[in-house]
Design a protein around this ligand. Structure first.
Ligand SMILES: C[S@@+](CC[C@H](N)C(=O)[O-])C[C@H]1O[C@@H](n2cnc3c(N)ncnc32)[C@H](O)[C@@H]1O
Length: 235
């Protein structure tokens, strides 16, 4: 703590109070307490819920798996993975297919047991086309595990590259996936509550909120919308 002048001491105390008690001292100005979802301070609240969802669905992350951007969640939550592919809009290291999920004819039909599609569908200009491609590239009986933001700031990194376009609700997610999957094979869950949403927008990480509070789900505060859609075995 820099205490070399009264002004520096005061601002150091303010900073410490903001970090220790973000909800009391952090929300006086218009800027967030921590920028970039609070990722420099800990786990962004949306990631806490995304990982909850993937942990619950981990039995489906098996066999041939496609993930977007990297294979981080396939490696962390998968089991018995025989092939791990990556689709990305950018030609980064480890990427199997560089392209657009809305139109990816280079990926053969009926290929994957699981597609892990976290925080990407809302970047597509045409989400319907993307969901239709998912139904095509999944094997019969395979599932897509998809998360999208319901409540979120714009992701500036993604906005400046491929565009950050949409926010969904449980209703629009169900309708969107039911265009290409049988509605009874589409299950939608939501995660979040008012406190979690405020903390997420303010960049207060999950580690600063009690587990009991994060676990309380309020369906009108849909921070994360999570979809599991399974391709029918008989086409
Ligand atoms: C925020 S990451 C999402 C995936 C990451 N595994 C995660 O959970 O954060 C953004 C990724 O979306 C990919 N992306 C953006 N637009 C895309 C598109 N139209 N088709 C396929 N991938 C896309 C980018 O290449 C980037 O790797």
């Amino acid at each position: 703590m820099d205490t070399s002048s009264p002004r520096k001491l005061l601002s150091a105390i303010r900073r410490a109070l903001r970090n220790r008690f973000p909800l009391c001292y952090g929300m006086r100005g218009t800027a967030p307490i921590n920028p970039a979802f609070g990722s420099a301070e800990g786990t962004p609240v949306d990631r806490f819920y995304i990982e909850r969802f993937l942990d619950r669905e981990r039995a489906r992350i098996t066999g041939t798996v496609l993930e977007i951007g990297d294979r981080g969640y396939t490696e962390r939550f998968g089991g018995g993975v025989t092939r791990s592919d990556v689709l990305s809009a950018a030609a980064d290291e480890g990427v199997t297919y560089v392209g657009d999920l809305a139109s990816c004819p280079e990926i053969p039909s009926d290929t994957y047991d699981c597609v892990v599609l976290t925080q990407t569908l809302h970047y597509l200009r045409n989400m319907s086309a993307g969901v239709s491609e998912l139904a095509r590239i999944l094997k019969p009986g395979g599932s897509v595990l998809c998360t999208v933001p319901g409540i979120s700031q714009v992701s500036r990194f993604d906005m400046d590259r491929w565009g950050d376009r949409w926010r969904l609700t449980s209703l629009s997610a169900k309708e969107l996936f039911s265009e290409s999957f049988a509605p009874e094979d589409v299950s939608v869950d939501t995660y979040g509550n008012a406190l979690a949403s405020v903390c997420f927008l303010q960049g207060v990480p999950a580690e600063r909120i009690s587990q009991t509070k994060l676990d309380r789900q309020e369906p009108d505060y849909q921070l994360i919308v999570a979809v599991r859609a399974t391709k029918a075995r008989h086409a």
